[in-house]
Design a protein around this ligand. Structure first.
Ligand SMILES: [Zn+2]
Length: 67
């Protein structure tokens, strides 16, 4: 679960000061294309706040680290 898709990362940089929707879009694409990191609790919360389904493998992070 720690395989990084370098090509994808090189062509999909996170913007400097991303809006919530930009972060959601980036993480949604990332979850589909790369396994280097999961979606953390804070990001999952953003998905739910905007009514976007959290990508399945990361829907319930085991360790709440965002507090
Ligand atoms: Zn990645």
């Amino acid at each position: 679960m720690s395989k990084i898709n370098r090509e994808w990362h090189q062509s999909h940089r996170m913007p400097e000061n991303p809006t919530e929707l930009q972060r959601i879009a980036w993480h949604a694409e990332h979850a589909r294309n790369c396994g280097c990191r999961g979606i953390d609790v804070g990001v999952a919360r953003l998905f739910r706040k905007h009514g976007v389904p959290v990508p399945a493998p990361f829907a319930d992070p085991p360790a709440p680290e965002d507090r």
